[in-house]
Every structure is written in C-alpha cells, then in structure tokens.
Ligand binder design. Structure first.
Ligand code: ADP
Length: 595
C-alpha cells in the first residue's frame, strides 16, 4: 500500500471513527439529560473516548475538591486498574500529566517515551467552570502524530462537556442535598410554627381578657377571642369584618398609628356596647402592632362593671358615713358646748358656794373674834371700873381727895370707852338689821368737834393739843347729828390712840352749801401701805398697832355710816410720819360766810 493509499484508508477510517465518535457524544448528551448517577456519566463519557479510532483502553480519574490527588474511577476494559495506575504514575513522573493540567489541553504522548512500547496515550483534562475535576487517559494504537488534530480538538471540546457534566452532577447533587436539608428544616419550622400557632391560639382563646384585633388598612376586625365574643354576646363570625367602634367607644387610632412606639401600655376606663345594646364598663388597653407592612390594633378589655359598681357603693357608703360622722360631730359639738356651759354654770355655782362658804367661815371667824374682842375690850374697862370703885369704897377714909378723884376719873374714862364701844356695837347691830333711820337736825359742827375734843381732854383725861379750824364763821349745818358724831368720835379716837401724847392733832373743817369736809391729821405711827386696802374690813387691825388696844370695829362703822350718809373717805398715811383721814359728807349749809 502506498502512502497515498494508506492516507485514503486512514481518512476513511477516520471518517468512520468520527461518525462513531459523534454518535457516542450524542448518546452521551442523551444520557446526561436522563442522568441516573455519576457512574453512568463516567461510563458514557469514557465510552465516547473509546470510540476514538485505534483506542485500546481508557481510564477516568476524578479529583475531589477536598482531596489533592486523582482517584481512578473507571477503566475500559475492566480490571486493568493496576496497569492504568502504573501508567498514570509514569506519566505523572514524566511531567506529561502536569503539562496537560497546567495548559488545560489534550496532549498526545508517545508510549515510546514512557515505557518504550507501541502506540500513544491521550491525556485529556476534564474541565469544570473553574479548574480541573478529572483526567482521562486514552491508550491507542496510533502513533502520536497519526491522530488527526481535529480529533484532538474534538476530544478537547468533549472533555469540557464531560468535565462540566461531572461538575453539574455534583452541583446538582449538592443542591439536592441542600434542598433536602432545607426542606427538612422548613418542615421542622412549619411544625414548630404550627405548634406555636396552636399554643398562641390556645392562649388567645383562654385568656379572660376580651381581645379584638383590628386591621387599620382594611378598617375591619380580623380576629376575636372567645372572651370578647362572650362579653359582646356574638359569635366569632358575627364580629370579624366589622368595625371596632361598633362595640367599643371611639378612640382616635391615627395618633396611635402615627406614634413611634409599638405598644401603648395605658389602661383606661371605657365602654363596651354588647349585642343587646347594653353598655358595659370595661378597663381597656389599645396597642399598636406592626406586622411586615400591616398595622394592627389590638384592643384588650375586661369587664369592670361589678368593680366600679362596688366602688360607687363604697363611695356612697363613705359619703353616708361621712355625713353621719359630720352629724354626730355636730351633735358632739353641741353636747360639748352644753357640757362647757354646764361646767361654767357649775363653776359659777361652785365659786358662789365657795364664796358663801368663805362668807360663812368669815362670819364664824368674825363671831369668834367678836367674842374674844368683846370679852377683852369689855373686861378691861369693867375691871378698871370695879377695881377703882373697890378702892374708893374700901379705902375712902384713907384716900386723899386727889387719889379719890383719880379713881373716879378712871371709872368715868372706862365708862366712856365702854360707851364708845357699845355705841359702835349698837350701830353695827342696827345697821346689819337695817334699823338705822336718818334724823336730820340743825347743829353746830365746829361746836361738836370742840365738845368731842374737850371730852377726850377732860372726860378721858387725854392730855393732847387739838387744833381745830373752820373755813366759815357760822358752822350750823343740817344733817344727821348722831351719825356724824359717831364718825368723828371714831376718827379722833384713832388719831389719839395711834400717836404720841406730845403730838398735836389737827382738825380742819371746810363747809360748803351742800358738803362738809373734815380732815383729822395726826403725827403717829401711820398705816403700812400694804395694809391700807384692808383697814375697813371688820375687826382688821394693822400689824404695827403693838399693844394699843382696839377692836377693828371703828373704821368699819365709819365706812358703813358714810355709805348711809352718801359720804366718802380718803386716807393719806405714811408709816412713822402720821395720818390724814378726810371725810366728805353731804349736808345742808345756808350761811357760807367764809372767814
Ligand atoms: P381699832 O379699834 O383697832 O382702832 P379701827 O377700825 O378704828 O379699829 O381701825 C382699824 C385699824 O386702822 C387700826 O387697828 C389701826 O391699825 C389703823 N388705824 C386707824 N386709824 C389710824 C391712825 N390714825 N393712825 C394709825 N393707824 C390707824
């Protein structure tokens, strides 16, 4: 056979092989579409390369992402793994596999350079989207130069197809796995979700609080729980789809919807209108919820009508109690007022009783003092009278005339003292029983005072110098003579008693048409300032009187007499310096000729 003949033959053979090769590729694409498992792809892929003219044997290696080395997956014919692996190692060592992989192209290597044997081997890298995912070795009888270049190019193209098919298979496989995992997860989530929904619904349905969920965008109630149905008195289906404000008092949702917060935790008193038209007091809470792009309003409410009624009853009871308390307080106030009044009256009575008791006591004291005074003041002059009379009668012959007159004068003086005392006592007694009557007569007052002074000087043997002066020539007045005499006698008697013998007693008379003023001045012991207010008290005697005799009756008689006459008395006195006592008595005086 000539070269030309052999070329023609080769061409024919190649043409035949090309047809087989293309048919095998076609078959591969069919298989690829069906794609049972990866080994079908390997097998069908290797089958395609087996259809290359002169192919003796072939092998497919794959590289896994996680493994750095190629792994023999399939040989054709079968059971030549050892031989193939041996060649693989040789080709690796010779660097041919490296060249093919680096350039990512098919190379045809003569076996002569490998183990000095006949034929050649095609090293075909399988390409995936990024990198290499396998290698195919095709051993054929042709020498390396004999294999037509277009077949090698075709091998290149198919290797891309096979590589991408393997990659696709793996990707799809992984995708399916991921899908299965995802589906598993979705199923689990769905179960969980359903469970949560069931639990939430159970809670939603079991709470005693009525709940209405309102979708603001469609202006309708979208959910209602059994408690709300019960409170409203309608079925779930009769409530859903209606407006909230058919059942609850109006609330401006726009503010709540526009507010930033998702919830409003304010509870407020509101009213629910139930199916029968009855208004029920409720404690209400309006909350905004945002679910994706939906704005929902949750209205929750509890019936507080009983609580509010109880509160109202309590308030009413409180009011009643308060008004009763007020009423009782008023009663108490008036009782307290009455009691206070009673206490005041009792205190008044008590003080009156005390006063009466004191008066009684004072009366008792007075009686005691009167008895002791009388016994003393009466006994002294009586003793003097008796002893003087005895002296005169027993020793009449032996006594000288002057002795006799001494005793007789002493008798007279004692009688005078007794008379003064008795006069005071009589006045006092008569005044107490209201038996004193005024007897107006005309008399000479100056004369009366001279007589009293004379009486003291001669009658009572008082050696005193009385200085009597009067502002008028005539001193005839019309008045009660005996009462004025009683006043002046007492005052002059005191002036005499409470001053020394060698001091004067000055008596000044001032007569006016309707008033008599008599001042009696002495230079005696005086009246202590603190005791002045009491010297008009019955039986009262100042502490500085010492042994000077007295009853404490005189000034009381003077005061009472002056009261009777409508007169007044004033005293000017200083201890150790003397006393001026001035009396003013209404009189009638017709001859006011001033000296
Ligand atoms: P008595 O009998 O004690 O004089 P009175 O009632 O006449 O009683 O006077 C009351 C008291 O007033 C006297 O005890 C005395 O202490 C005081 N008294 C009255 N007059 C005088 C006087 N001229 N000088 C000093 N003391 C006087």
């Amino acid at each position: 056979m000539t070269n030309h003949d052999s070329n023609i033959m080769n061409d024919r053979n190649n043409e035949y092989s090309l047809n087989e090769f293309l048919r095998a590729i076609h078959r591969f694409t069919d298989v690829r579409q069906v794609r049972k498992n990866i080994f079908d792809i390997y097998s069908e892929g290797l089958y395609v390369f087996n259809e290359l003219p002169g192919t003796i044997k072939s092998a497919l290696f794959t590289i896994m992402d996680e493994l750095p080395d190629f792994e023999l997956k399939l040989t054709k014919p079968e059971n030549i793994e050892n031989e193939i692996i041996s060649y693989y190692d040789k080709l690796l060592n010779s660097g041919h596999i490296g060249i093919s992989l680096n350039s990512a192209t098919v190379i045809n290597v003569s076996l002569k350079n490998i183990d000095n044997s006949q034929g050649s081997v095609l090293i075909i890298p399988l390409k995936k989207s990024r990198g290499i995912n396998g290698i195919i070795l095709v051993f054929h009888s042709n020498e390396s130069d004999d294999l037509a270049q277009y077949l090698i190019r075709l091998c290149n193209v198919f290797s891309n197809l096979l590589g991408s098919s393997i990659e696709n298979y793996h990707i799809l496989n992984q995708l399916e796995q991921s899908k299965a995992i995802l589906e598993q997860r979705i199923a689990t989530r769905t179960i969980d979700l359903a469970q949560s929904r069931r639990e939430l619904k159970a809670v939603f349905d079991s709470v005693l609080t009525g709940v209405l969920v309102f979708d603001v965008s469609i202006n309708k109630i979208v959910r209602v729980n059994p408690s709300a149905c019960k409170l409203i008195g309608l079925q779930d289906s009769e409530i859903v789809g209606r407006s909230v404000f058919e059942f609850l008092s109006f609330v401006d949702y726009t503010k709540i919807v526009e507010s930033n917060g998702t919830t409003e935790n304010k509870y407020y008193d509101s009213e629910l209108l139930d199916a029968s038209g009855k208004k029920v007091e409720v404690l209400r809470n309006t909350i905004k919820i945002r679910l994706s792009n939906r704005t929902l309003i949750t209205e929750s409410f509890v019936d507080i009508s009983k609580i509010r009624a109880a509160e109202r009853a309590l308030t009413e009871t409180n009011h009643i109690l308060e008004s009763k308390v007020e009423e009782r307080t008023g009663d108490l106030h008036s009782i307290v007022k009455k009691l206070k009044q009673e206490i005041i009256e009792r205190e008044k009575v008590e003080s009156e009783l005390r006063k009466m008791y004191n008066q009684q006591k004072e009366l008792g004291d007075m009686k005691t003092r009167f008895v002791s005074m009388v016994s003393h003041e009466f006994r002294t002059p009586l003793t003097l009278i008796k002893s003087s009379a005895q002296m005169v009668s027993r020793f009449e012959s032996k006594l000288s005339e002057s002795d006799k007159s001494f005793y007789l004068e002493r008798i007279v003086r004692s009688v005078d003292n007794l008379t003064d005392l008795i006069e005071n006592v009589i006045f006092f007694g008569r005044n107490e029983s209201g038996k004193i009557e005024m007897k107006i007569s005309e008399f000479d007052i100056k004369n009366m005072l001279f007589l009293i002074a004379g009486d003291f000087k001669s009658g009572r043997n008082v050696n005193r110098n009385f200085i009597i002066s009067c502002n008028t020539v005539s001193s005839n007045i019309k008045a009660d003579k005996s009462l004025i005499h009683l006043i002046l006698t007492n005052l002059i008697s005191n002036a005499v008693k409470y001053s020394e013998e060698d001091t004067e007693i000055e008596i000044n008379i001032i007569l006016e048409t309707n008033r008599l003023t008599v001042s009696i001045k002495d230079y005696g012991i005086g009246i202590p300032e603190t005791e002045k207010p009491r010297i008009f008290d019955l039986f009262y005697r100042a502490g500085n009187v010492d042994s000077v005799g007295g009853t404490g009756l005189g000034l009381t008689v003077v005061k009472d007499t002056l009261d009777k006459l409508g007169g007044t008395i004033d005293i000017h006195s200083a201890t150790g310096e003397g006393t001026i006592i001035r009396v003013r008595i209404p009189i009638s005086y017709n001859n006011p000729e001033i000296i």
